[in-house]
Design a protein around this ligand. Structure first.
Ligand code: IPD
Ligand code: CA
Length: 264
């Protein structure tokens, strides 16, 4: 395991748990009107802000030398290790009293996602991924048990989640879904990029595609994916870290075909 990761893993797991408990305590009832929009279909709740504060404070206390980026507060610090957190991923589900959401705590080192903890308390699922240096020691677990990507190699046998946000034109999303379904894949959309990528890691899905997604949505998920033997486009290396960009996370056997189908 990369130097520095073993010390950080238990802290990340404990803070993600505390953050998930706070989010549970603040969870809106179904149909609760106390939610606001950052923009069209772009939800934020009081809990997103409170949970991010908890994570930021806990990480700053434990590792003051590390950098930090959060969805709600933006970059606060730079460091050789960079924490990238999404306090609640799947906020649209959370805000409606749904259960498919999670706290996502990722760690980057030298531009690579090296550690991810994703705690989905309603689902009672905790994913942990360690992407070892050059693939060595890579591992991923769900509730402490090892997980592995599926063996799917053909789109015609695949189940693929296509994520969407209002940052992408509806016509482009519909076109992507048409191309993926046209290639014979079964479509899914669950409202949490982090959990979608974890489902690929666990073999429940074969791929997760989204035309534009932000680093905090997927930093932890990428470590889980790589730890479970999955592959993704070079999101961070291609410069999508700052402004977001496309993600294609899949089994190795589907990667080339999906890039061709998506056209990006
Ligand atoms: C969103 C979710 C969604 C994805 C969007 C993200 P949020 O994050 O991950 O599934 O399609 O791109 O912005 O708003 O739930 O934190
Ligand atoms: Ca998110």
């Amino acid at each position: 395991m990369r130097h520095g990761v073993p010390d950080r893993l238990p802290v990340a797991a404990t803070l993600a748990r505390r953050a998930a408990e706070l989010a549970m305590a603040m969870r809106p009832m179904a149909g609760d009107p106390g939610i606001r929009l950052k923009g069209a279909q772009d939800w934020v709740t009081e809990a997103d802000v409170a949970v991010e504060r908890l994570l930021a404070a806990g990480l700053a206390e434990a590792f003051p030398q590390d950098g930090f980026v959060g969805e709600e507060t933006g970059t606060a610090r730079d460091g050789a290790f960079q924490w990238v957190v999404d306090p609640i991923d799947g906020t649209s589900n959370y805000a409606r009293g749904g259960g498919r959401w999670c706290v996502s705590v990722g760690l980057l080192h030298e531009g690579e996602a090296v550690l991810g903890v994703i705690d989905a308390p309603v689902m009672r699922e905790v994913f942990v991924g360690v992407a070892g240096a050059g693939g060595a020691d890579a591992c991923a677990t769900l509730n402490g048990m090892p997980i592995r990507i599926s063996r799917t190699t053909e789109a015609g046998r695949a189940m693929v989640e296509c994520g969407w946000s209002p940052r992408v034109a509806v016509a482009d999303y519909v076109a992507l879904c048409g191309k993926v379904a046209g290639a014979g894949a079964m479509l899914r959309a669950g409202g949490s990029g982090a959990l979608g990528i974890c489902d690929v890691a666990a073999g429940r899905l074969d791929a997760y595609l989204e035309r534009h997604i932000n680093l905090w949505d997927i930093a932890a998920g990428l470590a889980v994916l790589h730890g479970a033997g999955g592959v993704a486009n070079d999101f961070i290396g291609a410069g999508s870290g700052a402004l977001g960009g496309p993600v294609r996370a899949s089994t190795p056997g589907l990667a080339t075909e999906l890039a061709r189908i998506a056209g990006w």
